[in-house]
Structures are given as C-alpha cells and as structure tokens.
Design a protein around this ligand. Sequence first.
Ligand SMILES: [Zn+2]
Length: 189
Amino acid sequence: MQILPKVLKLSAGGMPVAWVDWQRAVCLYMDNKVLWEAGAEPIMLRGGWNRECGERSTFALSPIIAVNDRSRIWEQGGVFPLTRRRLLARDRSLCLYCGGGVSESTMTIDHVKPRGQGGRHVWENVVSACRRCNQDKGCRTPEQAGMTLLAVPFAPNVAEILLLSGRHVLADQMDYLEQFVTERPPLRH
Ligand SMILES: [Zn+2]
C-alpha cells in the first residue's frame, strides 16, 4: 500500500502543532474544521472506481492545514515535554559522546550533570547516549569523566521536533517548519 505523507496541522494563527495522518485530515475537512491551507503540492488520495463513469474518485489534501486547535503549546513556551522518542529525534539517533548510532531500544538517557549532583531531568541537561558511554561516564560530569559532548543539549521548539520526527516530510512542510528553527552550532566531530 502507498505510504502517504502526513499533514502538518497548524493553529489558526499559523503555529505548527502536530502531524496528522490522512484519515484524520479528511475528518477535519469533512467537519469543516480547516480554516486555511498552505503548500503548493497537494497530497492526492485515490479512492474507488466509479462504475458509471469509469473514473476514479480523488481527494486532494493540502500538505499544511490550519484549524482551531485548542493546544496552548506555543503560549506555554513552544516546547514539548521531554520523552525518549523526542530526545532521540533531537540528538539524531546518535550517542552524543562517541557519535555512534543508537535506536529507541538501545539508547540511554544521560544526565549531563548527574542527578546525584543536583542535575535536573530537563531538555538542557539530557542527551542520548549508548549504554557503554553512559556506563563509562557513571555518576560524573563530562569534565570529571574526561569525556566531550558532541553538541550542547537544548530544548527544541515544537517546530524543530516536528521537523526531526516527521517521516517523508514534504518540501512545502519543511519550508514552513524551517521558519521556526533556531540557529544552533553544528555537531562537533
Ligand atoms: Zn557512546
């Protein structure tokens, strides 16, 4: 079966809030919830063949739709709560000590300043790490352990997480989300 890209859902004011699958997007259209659309290339849904005229029904979804969303995420700072999956997306599935690849099942969450030394469980103090680096570092800071971080941990905004966690992100969606991306220093290698 064809894998369809997801639709980027915006608030009425144009702030990105979530990815929705095409079924959900169709419901939003049917319920007249779509306030405005953006993006040049529509996502075409193909339905069944019409027996009388021999034509196939199609439905064009805009890749970006604005709805009256009740989410207050941007008013509350525009940062999603920290989860393993989002952390993995932010750190691009890399161990931020050795640069090796990690997956959702193999990654560990390292507290840069260990919790035992008063480090908090917040975006700015956590990185994804492989099991080995996490064990080598133990209950020490990177300086105490003689280890170097490949990037400075930061709290990604909603648009950055959507960009990093999206699959098959379309060019229009990428352009839209990139307006909200904060410039950051690149990963050190
Ligand atoms: Zn590692």
